[in-house]
Design a protein around this ligand. Structure first.
Ligand code: JQB
Length: 227
């Protein structure tokens, strides 16, 4: 999978070289292209933003510069993801769908976001006919300063689903047994007693059928508590 990100803060993406993702990148399972939006700015002061038409607070990112940055990335069969607090909520099913894509492009805005004609332009038939899809996505109901951290969250959730990225593929198949797609029962390791708290006896029994039943019950209890 190829992942491109366009940002005025390329340094935000340094963590992609760490841990699981760094290894996946070295192994060629995923490759990252981080692009500095400001390098496409043609005006005198390399400005990437201007005041909003209609007035109001803050600044809006210039469509011309976004077009110059995105055009060379819009190859056939690309999913363009525009981060915005008004987008569709990112969840595990969306992560699973996007993990099947060959090419993701993350457009990371700042200020009050990107001129909406950028979304409109790349959503046009000219692009959809080349299997270029545009998604406006939000990672949750809180306001961030820009799209970079949201992109990192999505990239981590998506790339850990790629074959060969997780050390132990059992972790993924176990996740997929759960409707929401993640593990929910409580976990324990050595020692069997820590600060007077005993690991549940059933987990020491070696009875794998009863352990599986206990874990499902615990996961359901937790899910109910979160309602
Ligand atoms: C600028 C962003 C998020 C991208 C996700 C999430 O756009 C704004 N509108 C009002 C106030 C502040 C901003 C700042 N901003 C680009 C941009 C915020 C994404 C964002 C996001 N994905 N919260 N905020 N879950």
């Amino acid at each position: 999978m190829k992942i491109d990100a366009v940002t005025i803060f390329p340094d935000y993406f340094a963590p992609l070289q760490l841990s699981l993702l760094g290894k996946a990148s070295s192994a060629g399972i995923v490759s990252f292209g981080i692009h500095d939006l400001r390098s496409f700015a043609t005006n005198n002061h390399h400005a990437v933003d201007d005041t909003p038409y209609g007035g109001g607070a803050g600044m809006v990112m210039l469509p011309e510069i976004w077009g110059l940055a995105l055009d060379p990335l819009m190859v056939d069969d690309t999913d363009l993801i525009i981060l915005t607090p008004a987008g569709k909520r990112f969840d595990q099913p969306m992560a699973v769908e996007l993990s099947k894509a060959p090419h993701l492009v993350f457009a990371c805005g700042r200020y009050e976001g990107i001129d909406d004609r950028v979304r409109a332009h790349y959503s046009s038939h000219q692009y959809s006919s080349r299997n270029i899809r545009v998604h406006e996505v939000s990672i949750g109901d809180y306001v961030l300063g820009g799209g970079e951290v949201a992109s990192l969250v999505m990239i981590e959730a998506i790339t850990r689903l790629l074959p060969g990225v997780l050390g132990n593929p059992d972790s993924l198949s176990e996740e997929s047994h759960n409707e929401q797609g993640y593990l929910e029962y409580p976990n324990y390791t050595k020692p069997a007693v820590w600060r007077d708290i005993q690991v549940p006896e059933i987990l020491l029994s070696g009875n794998h059928g009863e352990i599986a039943k206990w874990r499902v019950a615990q996961a359901k209890k937790r899910a109910a508590d979160n309602l």
